[in-house]
Design a protein around this ligand. Sequence first.
Ligand code: V07
Length: 265
Amino acid sequence: MLNFLKKNSDNQEKTERCFDSSKPVADHIAVIMDGNGRWAQKRMLPRIAGHKEGMNNVKVITKHASKLGVKVLTLYAFSTENWKRPTDEVNFLMKLPVDFFDVFVPELIEENVRVNVMGYKEFLPAHTQKAVENAMEQTKENTGLILNFALNYGSRAEILTAVNDIVALAKSGDLPDEVDEKTFSSHLMTASLGEALQDPDLLIRTSGEERISNFLLWQIAYSELFFTDKYWPDFTTTDLEEAIGSYQLRNRRFGGLKDTTEGDA
Ligand code: V07
């Protein structure tokens, strides 16, 4: 009897969490694409095979997000901490933007996707920088989904860069006495997305970890968080719809008002 009740309530929860095409989708979705190495190890493959599979999934999820009407997809591709990984793995990762450019950019152009890259690009190898520049240049006229890669990105470093930029402005006498949220945000890397799209509505992390790991700390102040045990290469378009469905359900609890105060008393 108890089991029956439990099953019933699980089913109900699943139905409620379903994507609803009549409700607004999350405009800006950020993803921590975790679990590529573990996906490979589970299959007795080298970790780099997981990264390659993860890259293929970027294309699949981007296309589906674009179809659903998502405006920005921000993907954590390489963190400032990832340099500590074995040299061979880092070298392989640094080639992925090149591969991605060759294999997927023509398809994404057809899909009207614009590629943007934020992060400390100047520290990337020359061939990676070139691929990034090409991807951004060749898609700059596109007006559809913005595929925003965080590459050599770290949120604390981003915040400190913003502080230092503001200090430099203040020294040159170019700043009002007080810095407000809007001014501060305009110095963050997400400012390149345009004023309305800087903060993610929904943050997804795959692979079972429930941490933020130095990703968009300022920008996720009001974001809904969605964690799944699936490894990134196994994360499907249905999983994306489930994450958006969960966002739509939680958003509905605020009565359709854009809530910017903590707690929902
Ligand atoms: C990377 C594939 C996705 C899973 C997570 C880590 C590995 C796409 C890019 C990329 C970046 C910039 C760009 C075009 C493509 C990428 C890295 C790793 C370093 F302009 N996937 N992907 N870059 N992975």
